[in-house]
Every structure is written in structure tokens, then in C-alpha cells.
Write a protein that binds this ligand. Structure first.
Ligand code: NAP
Length: 284
């Protein structure tokens, strides 16, 4: 038996697994595309051949996939459910506060404890002091899992029992990035229209500012191999719009920025870096 099973080894899931493995935790991994398990099994993790085996392997199950519907689709299966009772499930996929609440209800109904979490970082900064991972849910479950969860990054915070709080703070934190993407992308085409190089534009921001790297990506046209794809950022923006609709608050800001992301995805830039948004604005 291992201490933790990690389901989902995409860009973020793999970074989480790497943090846990670096700290020497005994872990099991599972991913739909099995080749992504190999770097971890090569270093001693157990690779589960299916979800039942993955869930049986550990008392704590950490999941990081596209969204909550994918999580539910994977785990709401008779043989998996049988093995989930008495497990603690920690969700680090991006979702809305209502989805966090509904997840807690469903996992509790099948006998599992549920912790909802969010990663306020990209995979490349997870090991640095800039990253933060936040959790909400029953305190006893959190304390049992804390020795593992505290390996995920240097700043891990427990927010309390309000299951909606991690998701709410995550979406509110993400909002700042979309403001930067929209504003700085316009700033880039403004510079280009005045014959000012994007190299100079990048330098008006300190290196520690995300805008610096964002402009540099546009300057170098380095849109391949992002740490989070434009598609993943677009999906998180849809989650922000969904929260606005669920809560009945104004949604003009996410809807406007979302229209840019949709056009970029329709143009085929979904797998590229989010800075590829500039290609959409340049076309107009
Ligand atoms: P990703 O690289 O696209 O990985 C997605 C993961 O979900 C992969 O493991 C993929 O499996 C799995 N998956 C998707 N649909 C599935 C299905 N129907 N059945 C089974 N597995 C499925 O995305 P990511 O960047 O790791 O993001 C994962 C989550 O982390 C998202 O909710 C995202 O918002 C959140 N997050 C990401 C970042 C970031 O900077 N990347 C930051 C904070 C939070 P395959 O490998 O088989 O495709």
C-alpha cells in the first residue's frame, strides 16, 4: 500500500507528483495516457493499471484533471465507488464553488471524505516561494493528509471548513491574470503600431512580474510547449463566467475576455502559450 495515489499526470498533475516524489513519499500514479506514468515509475512510484487499482492502493487520493465533470466521470463507476468509501479524496482540478459543494456531497454520500483544493501557481513555479496551494474541507481529514499536502509547495494553507472557499479564492486570483493578459496584449499591439520593439516593452516590467515573461513570449514568438495551454486558461475563464452566472453577479469582464479566448481557440491556438492571444488581435 502507498500513502497517496495521484490521478492525472498532465502538466499540473505531473508537477504535483514530482513535488511529492522529491519529498520521498510512497506513491501510486495513474493517468489515462499511461506513458505519462513512466517518469514516476522509473523513480520508484507504483503505476496503477486502472482506477480501481489506483484507488485501492492508498488512503489518500489526489486528483488533478481538466475539470470536475472529468473527475466524476472517472470515479462514478461501481467498482471504483466500492473502493472509495473510507478514502480521503483531494481535488485539485479547477472548478466553481458550487461544483466544490456538489463534489463534497457526492463523495460524502459514498462514504469518502472530501477536501477541495486549488493551486495558485503554474507547474514551473510550484517548487518556489511564489507558489501557493490552498485547501478547504473537514479539519480532521485535512490534518490526516497534511503531512503529504505540505510537500506540494512551500506555502500550503488550510482555509477552514467552508468547502466553497478554495475555489472562490482560486477564481478570484485567476481574474488578475486575465486582466493582465487582455491589457498587456493590447499594449503589445500598441507598441508594434508605434515601431517600439516588444523587447523594450518587456523591460518596462520587472522580471518578477508575470507581464515581463508574457511580453517576452510574444517577442520571441515562443508559443510552443507552454506550462499551461491557452485552452486550459480558456477553460478556467469559462469557470469564472459560470461562477458569475451561478451567483447572479455581473459577468461583463469575464465574458469580454472570454470572447478573445474563444476566437484564439477557433483559430487553432488552443495548445499554444496563452500569449498567442496576440495573434488574434494582430489580425484585426
Ligand atoms: P493538461 O496538461 O491538459 O492535463 C489534463 C489531465 O486531465 C491529463 O492527465 C489528462 O489525461 C486528464 N484528462 C482529461 N480528460 C480526461 C478524461 N476524460 N479521462 C481521463 N483523464 C482525463 O492540463 P493541466 O494544465 O495539467 O491542468 C489540469 C488541472 O489543473 C485543470 O483543472 C487546470 O485548470 C488546473 N491548473 C493548471 C495549472 C497550470 O498552470 N497548468 C495551474 C493551476 C491549476 P491525458 O494525459 O490522458 O490527456
Amino acid at each position: 500500500m502507498s500513502n497517496i495515489s495521484i490521478l492525472g499526470l498532465g502538466l499540473m498533475g505531473a508537477a504535483l507528483a514530482q513535488q511529492l516524489q522529491q519529498d520521498g513519499h510512497n506513491m501510486t500514479v495513474w493517468n489515462r495516457s499511461p506513458e505519462k506514468m513512466q517518469p514516476f515509475t522509473d523513480r520508484g512510484a507504483h503505476g496503477a493499471s486502472d482506477l480501481v487499482e489506483a484507488v485501492k492502493a492508498s488512503p489518500i487520493i489526489l486528483i488533478c484533471v481538466d475539470n470536475y465533470s472529468v473527475t466524476r466521470g472517472l470515479l462514478d463507476v461501481e467498482d471504483v465507488i466500492k473502493n472509495l468509501s473510507d478514502r480521503t479524496v483531494v481535488q485539485l482540478s479547477t472548478g466553481t464553488p458550487i461544483e466544490a459543494h456538489e463534489s463534497a456531497e457526492w463523495f460524502n454520500s459514498i462514504g469518502a471524505k472530501y477536501i477541495d483544493g486549488a493551486i495558485l501557481a503554474g507547474p514551473e513555479t510550484l517548487g518556489t516561494e511564489r507558489a501557493q496551494v490552498i485547501f478547504a474541507g473537514p479539519e480532521d481529514a485535512y490534518l490526516e493528509a497534511e503531512y503529504l499536502l505540505s510537500s506540494l509547495c512551500q506555502k500550503v494553507r488550510y482555509l477552514g471548513e467552508n468547502i466553497r472557499s478554495a475555489s472562490a479564492l482560486d477564481l478570484a486570483w485567476l481574474c488578475r491574470h486575465y486582466g493582465m493578459f487582455a491589457g498587456v496584449t493590447h499594449g503589445a499591439i500598441l507598441c508594434e503600431s508605434e515601431g517600439v520593439s516588444l523587447d523594450l516593452y518587456a523591460q518596462v516590467f520587472p522580471e518578477s512580474d508575470n507581464a515581463h515573461g508574457y511580453v517576452n513570449t510574444m517577442h520571441k514568438k515562443d508559443f510552443k510547449n507552454p506550462t499551461a495551454t491557452l485552452g486550459t486558461w480558456g477553460a478556467a475563464l469559462e469557470t469564472i463566467s459560470k461562477q458569475a452566472s451561478d451567483a447572479g453577479i455581473n459577468s461583463e469582464v469575464p465574458e469580454f475576455i472570454s470572447s478573445l479566448f474563444k476566437r484564439a481557440e477557433q483559430a487553432g491556438y488552443g495548445d499554444e502559450d496563452v500569449a498567442a492571444l496576440v495573434k488574434i488581435l494582430r489580425k484585426n
